[in-house]
Design a binder for this molecule. Structure first.
Ligand SMILES: NC(=O)C1=CN([C@@H]2O[C@H](COP(=O)(O)OP(=O)(O)OC[C@H]3O[C@@H](n4cnc5c(N)ncnc54)[C@H](O)[C@@H]3O)[C@@H](O)[C@H]2O)C=CC1
Ligand SMILES: O=C(CO)COP(=O)(O)O
Length: 336
């Protein structure tokens, strides 16, 4: 059945999901704060900021009027980066007058509570009684490939598998495979922390340390991610699927990843402070590293990757420290 869907944010991922959903016959309106992107989508059926002259589905509407964008919505997709989630939700709640299903796309964690974005979103909606269901979409899905209708596998995750199944049907089509799943904690932690590991992989590749080293870093990385996730009762199956392994492999090996590319640049320029100050793209892994580092301290988890990445990204240590240290916990374990 045709759904009324609103996408908050006219960024890369929001736009490619709009295309999937419009291809599936749903009514899609995008809300944006960048007039040029809104006009590009509404008038020229493209979003040149991210996808050059690629034409997107001409039925997608776009507006800078949040109230109009929310008027008829049944499903609200949050397509903004982690740091914008809270203010955006507060704006939405002030204007919304009916219950909605919320699907989050942001890959991050909450800094203040060292907690999950699902907890943050549910808490923000708690007083209003406007949240019907919370779900999130995770998996290896570089936006430009999805926009070009290349085969992609993702997971639709909520607390209730039945709800995930219904939502998955709305997104699924011949190029976008959507598997329903019920482990929000596992998928959220995997999605957020793979971005940090990708920065690490980019650093190793920027220093030309080798393919063995990158594979070893990804292996230790997934173990450190899962050690944190276990404390949230995450399921190992989430790590063996698109949200975990899939997105980690993609982001830690593809030059199309902004996190991987930032890591590479940090290594090549060998001046983390300057590289970070000059970097303007959305790179979620930087803040996720700080949160993972603090989580490891709080949860008493030993982590060489998050610790050394934190030193590079926040204390501007030279990138070589990651190379020197990322295998240390493994050596310590074998020497026990
Ligand atoms: N680009 C990708 O391939 C994928 C991205 N994601 C995740 O999706 C989230 C969004 O990423 P992208 O779309 O890539 O970022 P982006 O940088 O391409 O776009 C972000 C959009 O959010 C908008 N925005 C920021 N603050 C806003 C506010 N207060 N109100 C309204 N709009 C606001 C910006 O104007 C921009 O259009 C991130 O957490 C990212 O990790 C997930 C899967 C794939
Ligand atoms: O999450 C992504 C692909 O699944 C996008 O990765 P980047 O944010 O590193 O570009």
């Amino acid at each position: 059945m045709k759904k009324q869907i609103t996408i908050i944010g006219t960024g890369a991922y929001g736009t490619c999901l709009a295309n999937v959903l419009a291809d599936n016959g749903h009514d899609v309106v995008m809300y944006g704060i960048m007039e040029q992107q809104v006009d590009d989508i509404q008038i020229r059926h493209q979003n040149a900021t991210f996808f050059g002259d690629l034409k997107i589905n001409k039925n997608i509407k776009a507006t800078t009027d949040l109230s109009a964008a929310l008027a008829k919505t049944e499903i609200l997709i949050l397509g903004v980066p982690t740091k914008a989630l809270k203010p955006v939700i507060q704006q939405i709640i002030a204007l919304l007058n009916h219950k909605v299903i919320v699907v989050n796309t942001a890959k991050g964690l909450e800094e203040e509570s060292l907690g999950l974005l699902s907890t943050l979103v549910k808490k923000e909606f708690a007083q209003s009684n406007l949240l019907e269901t919370y779900a999130a979409i995770y998996g290896p899905s570089i936006a430009s490939e999805v926009a070009n209708r290349k085969p992609t596998g993702v997971m639709m995750v909520s607390d209730d598998l039945k709800v995930s199944r219904e939502l998955a049907k709305i997104f699924r089509n011949e190029y976008f495979a959507v598997e329903p799943w019920d482990d929000l904690a596992g998928c959220e932690i995997a999605a957020a922390l793979k971005n940090s590991i990708a920065i690490g992989a980019g650093i190793l590749d920027g220093m030309e340390i080798g393919d063995n080293a990158r594979a070893s870093l990804i292996t230790v990385g997934v173990q450190e991610m899962y050690a944190i996730a276990k404390t949230f009762n995450a399921k190992i199956e989430s790590f063996l699927n698109f949200a975990g392994l899939g997105d980690l492999i993609l982001t830690a090996t593809s030059p199309k990843s902004r996190n991987y590319s930032l890591g590479k640049l940090i290594a090549v320029e060998n001046n983390p402070k300057q590289t970070l100050e000059n970097h303007k793209l959305t790179v979620e892994g930087v803040n996720a590293t700080k949160i993972a580092y603090n989580m490891c301290i709080e949860l008493n988890i030993s982590s060489e990757i998050f610790k050394n990445l934190y030193e590079i990204l926040f204390n501007y240590k030279r990138p070589i420290i990651l190379v020197n240290n990322f295998l240390r916990t493994k050596e310590e374990k074998t020497n026990d």
